[in-house]
Design a protein around this ligand. Structure first.
Ligand code: SF4
Ligand code: SF4
Length: 172
């Protein structure tokens, strides 16, 4: 989704953490329209394109490369299926959900991948990785603004949320 006069904004999973990035939809659209397939050969271009508007630390480059390629693959599938749009996460108090910084952070060093949060959250915010070995925050923007119930049920307290005061800016 592009905001008027601005670049698009996407939250993408980098390693096990979400990263907000701008301008990706514009890069993906250009590549797709040029008929570029989402394969490994595209990684240098994806990284260079993303770096124009985002900070990508060299130490995390491999994680960003994997994340960008995965995201472009999803974009390709959407376009191939005839859908050029992104998921509509709706609004909260009249504000686009993407603009509200409310979703869980999972502390990898505390999480034992028990899967309780995966079965607990009805919004399917958490999921297991493809190899079924690890839990990650798969769909952060599906998290209900103001809810923090999964943090309560996580045995090792591996889930954190921002302080509720961050929502006060949206009370209007
Ligand atoms: S409930 Fe807590 S420990 Fe269990 S998988 Fe979820 S975050 Fe990890
Ligand atoms: S806070 Fe609620 S909606 Fe958000 S991830 Fe946890 S259980 Fe799901």
């Amino acid at each position: 989704m592009a905001y008027p006069g601005e670049l698009s904004y996407r939250q993408i999973l980098v390693g096990r953490f979400m990263s907000g990035m701008i301008g990706l939809d514009e890069i993906f659209a250009e590549l797709y329209e040029a008929g570029r397939a989402p394969d490994e050969a595209l990684v240098p271009e994806l990284l260079a394109g993303a770096r124009k508007d985002n900070y990508i630390p060299v130490v995390a480059e491999a994680d960003y490369a994997a994340a960008l390629l995965r995201e472009y693959r999803k974009y390709n599938e959407q376009r191939e299926s005839g859908c050029a749009c992104r998921t509509d996460y709706g609004t909260w108090r009249g504000i686009l959900r993407e603009q509200i910084p409310w979703y869980p952070t999972l502390y990898e060093h505390l999480c034992d991948d028990c899967g309780k949060c995966v079965s607990f959250c009805s919004e399917k915010v958490f999921a297991f990785t493809e190899d079924d070995q690890s839990v990650y925050v798969a769909s952060p923007l599906k998290c209900q603004v103001g809810c923090a119930e999964c943090a309560r049920i996580c045995p090792p307290k591996a889930i954190a949320f921002p302080p509720r005061t961050v929502l006060q800016a949206f009370w209007g």
